[in-house]
Design a protein around this ligand. Sequence first.
Ligand SMILES: [Zn+2]
Length: 264
Amino acid sequence: MFSSEPGFIRLAIFIAGLLIFLLLEIWIPYRGSTVSKWKRWVINLSFSAFNSVILALVFASAIVQTSLYVTANNLGVLNMIAMPYWLKTLATVVIMDFLLYVWHLLTHVMPFLWRFHRVHHSDLNMDVSTATRFHIGELAISAVIKVSLIFFLGADLLGVLLFESLLVCCAQFHHSSLNVPRWFEKYFWVLFVPPSMHRIHHSVIIKERNTNYGTIFSLWDRLLGTLLANVDQSRIRIGVGAYPQPDKLNFFHLLTMPFTRPVK
Ligand SMILES: [Zn+2]
């Protein structure tokens, strides 16, 4: 989205979030690193830069232009129903988050999509930088689905931008290695996804990994029976069991990972 104003807003939120959560990770860390944080950050931020350039060149204007087009022509489901503007914006955020939940679930249960999504899960520690570690193949497929959903919904630019901004902030927060106060987690978990909930999702244990798919709202996991809460957080090991060696997880290996042997 860099080619347009919404792109700069999203980028500014991303950089601000990265710095804020990095400072918080230094101030109230959850636990120390088991592999080189420096190397992980270089890899994860390389993915971020690489993906951002491709998304900006190929998909950003498609997302913005589709949203402007459906709004100008009054197209889409949300434009067929009379409702206040704030409700339409809220509906856009909620529905797009639900689709993201479904998409995330599919990346775990469909072997073809897991080939791409395992790049994200192969991070051996989890912190704010993990939120940017995605294979471009996964992001490209989800961008096509996102454009289709914006068209179907008739989502306007404010709704899409609000969703994208919340998505960035929530993903950065729940990937952060933060020792969040228990009382905060307890209330936050009711509606949203705290780090402890997403930490279970990054467990090497497949049964635990295939739970807690939510990004913004925890509601979908609660409603559809994929929520897992009662796990001893101190024994969670992060990563994919088949990829335990940090030196085999460099940028090139991760870029080619979807096209190598299938792993669970
Ligand atoms: Zn996942």
